[in-house]
Write a protein that binds this ligand. Sequence first.
Ligand code: KIV
Ligand code: ZN
Length: 512
Amino acid sequence: MNDQVLIFDTTLRDGEQCPGASMNTREKLEVARQLARLKVDIIEAGFPIASDGDFEAVKAIATEIQGPCIAALARTSEKDIIRAGEAIAPAAKRRIHTFSSGSDIHLKTMLNVSRAENIKRSVAAVQLARKYTTDVEYSAQDTTRSDRDYLVELYTAVAEAGATTLNIPDTVGYAIPGEYSALIAFLVANVKVTGVIFSVHCHDDLGMAVANSLAAVQAGARQIECTINGLGERAGNTSLEEVVMALKMRPEIFGGLTTGIDTRQIYPASRLVSHLTGMVVQRNKAIVGDNAFAHESGIHQHGMLKNRANYEIMCAEDVGRTSELTWGKHMGNHAVRKKLEEMGYKLSDDEVRRITDQIKTLADKKKSVYDEDVRAIVEGQFTEVSQVWKLADLTVVTGKQPTATVTLVGVGKKEPVTETGTGDGPIDAMLKTVDHITGTKGSLVDYSVGSVTKGKDAIGEVSVRVEFAGRIVTGKGTSTDIIEASALAYLNALNRYLDEQSRRSPTEKPVL
Ligand code: KIV
Ligand code: ZN
């Protein structure tokens, strides 16, 4: 059995299925570039049959990204496989990932097929997929509630038909580690087709996704499907950063198995995905949360000063976290580019120039500029969607009758539009005025403020989830002024919504 665990990242597919986490093609490409820097083995880039937008995003990733294998998801139907095959065609290394179900509950009440018919369709799908690539993955959803002997029959048939990776999903996050590793061991022992790789894909409904994935590796799985920050359907998926660091930190437990991941790219990847999806990472999240390397109690701080190993099992630098004060208004483009590259960002000359200007402006406003401030600026560039509406000016007066005067520049409008409105509070006044100018009506579903760095002059980051005509869209905005950050976040959500509407294809996303 080989000694490498393949990392199959599905942030752009399963992760994107998380409500409100959808990304446009430019954003997906940005994530894919970061996943390539992270050196994941496989990027599941999307589900091409779901919409024209998904197809285009997979194709763009397959065209540009070098290094990782690019995978596309497909049900077992012919049209799904053809669309997936076309989308990944430009990639040097490409995979079709086709899936059906294994449990009787799915077969009877969702797919309405017999066990035998399911095997027939799955085999045909794999054979068709092999016409597009020799790298074919097969998954039967809900294996952890399936009859094991049926799974042996199903997986043996698809492996004999040419599937090279057999993925065993815990679709509903039902398994417990000992039970899941026993299932994997059973399938490894009984699906007697040589040369296939067993893979795991775990959901976190009971908070066991990472534990189950690692237990499966001990039982013989050699591919883990996971996402940045554990993003995914419902409670999410296995968190990439957690499984990778567990394998790295505890080689004695996992028999020296390694991954090819460049762990210094973990934190930049986490920040980027959080920023683009609007899914805030909980402060105490392992590896990438704000508190993961913070030591509060006096005893801990004392111990740390004597020897970091007293309270730290890994170095913050190993996962790409740094916090030196090296930014300032005297930096030139060259120094900014070098430092950004160290942080994992490869940007065009134009982007570096823009970021340098913004760093200088920020350095004029606040005493110290930290890596985190700069990350917020860089990620702000990636969030650029078509700027249908741009904030030109904002004045807010609080008191008995909060009033906002907002000036917006609209694409195709000759003159900026200025209006004044009132509301229950300063933010409400500002939002109502923006709605009035843009002629849209958004309802705030979620609103949170965080500070990007420490100190009274820290940059504030506002995340919003806004409902426009039944569609929930996320937005983020950063500024040293919280009301301005709120206006930027709201406009970011509105622009994303308008952008999405203008690209919308008539094909609806099939439900998995
Ligand atoms: O959770 C699941 O079963 C899936 C499959 C499509 C692999 O996402
Ligand atoms: Zn899944």
